[in-house]
Design a protein around this ligand. Structure first.
Ligand code: SF4
Length: 407
């Protein structure tokens, strides 16, 4: 579906690259200054537009981001008016984007239209210092964990998944084993390796949280054991908030074990919600029913607390706005943060040519879910750790902190 939004929704363009001077936000995640409604809406819409359409990147210097892997990918970090977000630059959509990154003679970087007219000044975060290090056995630290956003260390503990090898069963958007095939990561990160990298990333690069995800192993704990063992090793070495992400384990005892081991918040990801969409997009994972997930969410919230459990909702894969909003409302009621993210088609996956959602669709869902969050006792900011706390793959937290237009 073609995007119905236009560039005239943005601040008026000038010939100079910088044009976000009307925006005045503090940096995520510590957004202590309340933005004006206009500022937050303009920034939220601009971020959404960039995330659904991507940006042509002539390899501007800085942290190059990542291709493939688990979760949102094929993107790099850009800081716009103090807020760091992930923007697709490597997938097919971004190659046809109406936006490009450009750099002037002074080194200043801007998002511009394809004619070269600047729309917004941006900075590209530098490669972190820990990328230059290796373990004693010669494994590069960046094969163990990567810097996400501005200050998040992220790792995929097990880079294989019981569902991935059979594409009739795998999640159709996922590229978890691609980075393995390219030799950019290792199949299984040991707890000692992750702890070593986490300590260095905190010390050298000011990393403030660790997000650990995993492919699903062929065991009843669904990766919870790996999460717990790694969290314990990390916390023994460095005090850093940790989010674990896995499928619901068969035995709920694992929630307490993960918490006791040092996991502060937990992500269990629905991804999509309507039955037909779940069967089409997650043929294997859809065997775990929505009701099974909701039972798991309630068990997890009982251990981690309201607002410390979250789930991804990938918008743009067929779920209606009403379904996404209704599911978000139900999640918020039981204390689960619905991290709504635009679907980003990843190169090499069955959905690589699936259209991204439109900006208008995303802004509509964000606005409604943000209003539900503002009326609740949970928020991105109050999470101890995790993707919702980081927020770089979504504009939801920008809408969440915007003043209510009806107030
Ligand atoms: S939201 Fe999650 S996946 Fe996206 S950059 Fe932040 S930590 Fe990484």
């Amino acid at each position: 579906m073609a995007d119905s939004s236009t560039r005239t929704d943005f601040p008026a363009r000038t010939d100079s690259p910088a044009r976000t001077d009307s925006l005045s936000r503090t940096d995520s995640p510590s957004r202590t200054e309340a933005p004006s409604l206009v500022d937050a809406q303009v920034l939220g819409r601009l971020v959404t537009e960039l995330q659904v359409r991507g940006v042509v990147d002539p390899a501007i210097a800085g942290n190059q981001g990542r291709r493939g892997g688990a979760g949102p990918s094929d993107h790099r970090a850009l800081t716009i008016n103090g807020t760091t977000v992930m923007v697709p630059v490597y997938n097919a959509v971004s190659q046809d984007s109406p936006f490009q990154l450009q750099q002037d003679a002074s080194g200043a970087v801007a998002v511009a239209d394809r004619a070269g007219a600047g729309l917004a000044a941006v900075t590209a975060p530098a490669e972190p210092a820990f990328y230059g290090l290796s373990t004693a056995d010669g494994t590069p630290y960046k094969a163990i964990a990567l810097l996400h956003g501005r200050d998040v260390l992220a790792t995929t503990l097990l880079q294989t998944c019981i569902r991935f090898r059979d594409r009739s069963q795998s999640c159709q958007f996922c590229a978890i084993e691609q980075s393995l095939e390219d030799g950019r990561t290792v199949v299984r990160k040991t707890p000692a390796q992750v702890a070593e990298v986490a300590e260095a990333a905190v010390r050298l690069d000011g990393v403030r949280q660790l997000v650990m995800t995993t492919g699903t192993p062929n065991s009843d704990d669904r990766g919870a054991r790996l999460m717990a063992e790694t969290a314990a090793a990390v916390k023994a070495k460095v005090a850093i908030p940790i989010q674990g992400q896995c499928e619901p384990p068969d035995d709920p005892i694992w929630y307490q074990r993960m918490k006791d081991a040092g996991i502060d918040s937990l992500g269990m990801h629905l991804e999509v919600v309507e039955p037909e969409v779940r069967r089409r997009i997650l043929p294997g994972k859809a065997e775990l029913t929505l009701e099974r997930y909701f039972a798991a969410f309630e068990q997890a919230v009982a251990v981690f607390g309201r607002g410390q459990v979250s789930t991804y909702l990938l918008a743009g894969l067929g779920d209606s706005a009403q379904s996404l909003i209704a599911c978000s409302e139900r999640l918020i009621q039981i204390g689960v943060y619905p991290f709504v993210v635009p679907f980003v088609p990843i190169a090499g996956t069955p959905l690589q040519h699936h259209p991204a959602p439109s900006t208008d669709f995303m802004v509509g869902v964000y606005g409604a879910v943000a209003a539900l969050l503002r009326a609740s006792d949970i928020s991105a900011e109050a999470m101890a750790a995790g993707c919702a706390k980081c927020g770089a793959c979504s504009a939801l937290s920008l809408f969440e902190t915007a003043p209510d237009p009806k107030a």
